[in-house]
Design a binder for this molecule. Structure first.
Ligand code: TXA
Ligand code: MG
Length: 314
């Protein structure tokens, strides 16, 4: 059976969603980045069900979504730098990985038993309303099968997970279109674990140069599996023209089958990326060729997703 969909801005729908979550159910929730699959972060049974629905390995920890700094401080230890980042960029597309407080009301499975926890206060009105009505932290990985392309519409959520979840709140297309940037903060040191919908330069204005994961003793993100975001077709990067059996996803002024942004606007390309991959894939090509994307601003996160989509699948 496919899960029902309700309008995300409707207050009765919000009450229904919060009720389902209190009963241990799973709800597709719009955020400004991508749709999340929300569940009660405190309940191990719910979180186990969530991992199973996504087919996600249990060593890959989840992000706990919060209303803001106040709720976050009940879960993690905030250094002055972490506090500054939260004040500057929350609500918004930034996830902070911080030392978990020993008594945090989060089940061990939610953060894969690590001594750190990932936290994010989403900016989307529907996500904020749901967190407020529910009244506690919600884990919410992207609402897709593990390894598949992330969902930016309610229809995408239903396509991948419709028979595994209880409700989808439909908030239309996600405005940012790429997942949050994930930054680990240890004292005054910040490491970029995943580039995302808040670009490097904006974060570095607060942190100074971000460290890269794997440098010395910096933490790594267990979720950074190489192959991810993979459509059915093979992916060929830096394509200028379409080859045989190939559809071309363009960027900037060029001939192609679908264009991420004819004017070369990286924010527009980010918003459209995942829906475009799905749309071309549905036409059944052998390969999707993708035009070069500049590595500046949001281009870093777009290229990160494209490299994973193109990576060997096993
Ligand atoms: O924009 C987003 O972040 C979306 C929306 C729904 O909020 N969520 C999302 O969740 O992308 P997910 O589960 O697909 O990605 C979470 C990432 C993974 O790469 C995971 O490994 C990493 O965050 N992560 C979570 N907890 C961590 C921790 N304690 N230490 C290091 N990495 C962590
Ligand atoms: Mg994901």
């Amino acid at each position: 059976m496919t899960a029902p969909t309700l309008p995300a801005s409707d207050s009765v729908a919000q009450q229904t969603a919060a009720h389902i979550l209190r009963e241990g159910g799973l709800v597709g929730m719009p955020t400004e980045t991508v749709y999340g699959l929300a569940g009660n972060a405190a309940e191990a049974d719910t979180v186990a069900k969530l991992y199973a629905a996504k087919g996600r390995p249990r060593f890959n920890p989840l992000i706990a979504h919060v209303t803001g700094l106040e709720m976050a401080q009940t879960l993690a230890e905030f250094s002055p730098l972490a506090t500054k980042l939260a004040q500057e960029f929350w609500p918004g597309p930034l996830t902070l990985v911080l030392p978990k407080l020993p008594n945090a009301p989060i089940c061990d499975l939610a953060n894969a038993g690590l001594d750190t926890i990932a936290l994010r206060a989403p900016r989307h009105d529907a996500a904020r309303a749901l967190l407020k009505t529910f009244g506690g932290p919600l884990v919410a990985p992207s609402a897709n099968k593990s390894g598949a392309v992330s969902p930016t519409t309610a229809a995408h959520v239903l396509e991948g997970l419709g028979d595994q979840i209880d409700l989808v709140l439909d908030g239309g297309a996600c405005p940012v279109g790429l997942e949050s940037a994930v930054v680990a903060v240890e004292g005054d040191r910040a490491t970029l674990l995943r580039p995302g919908g808040l670009d490097r330069a904006t974060i570095e204005a607060i942190t100074g140069p971000l460290a890269a994961p794997g440098q010395t003793d910096t933490p790594s993100s267990p979720g950074m599996l190489k192959s991810h975001y993979a459509p059915g077709a093979a992916i060929r990067l830096n394509a200028d023209t379409a080859g045989t059996g190939e559809l071309l996803l363009g960027f900037g002024d060029m001939e192609c089958d679908l264009n991420l942004s004819p004017t070369g606007d990286l924010a527009e390309a980010a918003t459209r990326l995942f829906a475009a991959l799905r749309e071309l894939d549905a036409r059944g090509p052998d390969t999707i060729g993708i035009a070069p994307i500049p590595q500046t601003g949001l281009g870093e996160a777009i290229n990160d997703r494209l490299q994973r989509a193109a990576a060997p699948r096993d």
